[in-house]
Design a protein. Structure first.
Length: 97
């Protein structure tokens, strides 16, 4: 399984808009055939800090996600909300298999 932890920090005034845009991306992403999981996590002590846990069956499925209309719309919608560039951390998903 191909997993990416996407670390995001948004501007304080953009938290609600970021969550709304990310909800739309999440809902479409979990319907993708290669998607295994797409969790959106918010740090309780730092509400401007998020981690997106994106799990796909393969690297090709993860790459295909980045070509979807919903991902491209999300990327453009949240670009100005970022307090710093988002950072993707690739991981190998071992369990569950």
């Amino acid at each position: 399984m191909h997993v990416t932890l996407v670390h995001v920090r948004v501007r304080p005034q953009s938290v609600d808009a970021f969550i709304a845009a990310t909800r739309a991306n999440h809902e479409a992403s979990v319907a993708e055939p290669g998607n295994r999981r797409f969790d959106v996590l918010q740090a309780p002590a730092e509400p401007t800090r998020f981690i997106l846990y994106e799990a796909y069956a393969s690297a090709a499925d993860a790459a295909a996600h980045k070509q979807t209309a919903h991902y491209l719309a999300w990327r453009d919608a949240v670009a100005e909300m970022m307090a710093e560039p988002r950072r993707g951390e690739p991981m190998n998903g071992l369990l569950p298999a």
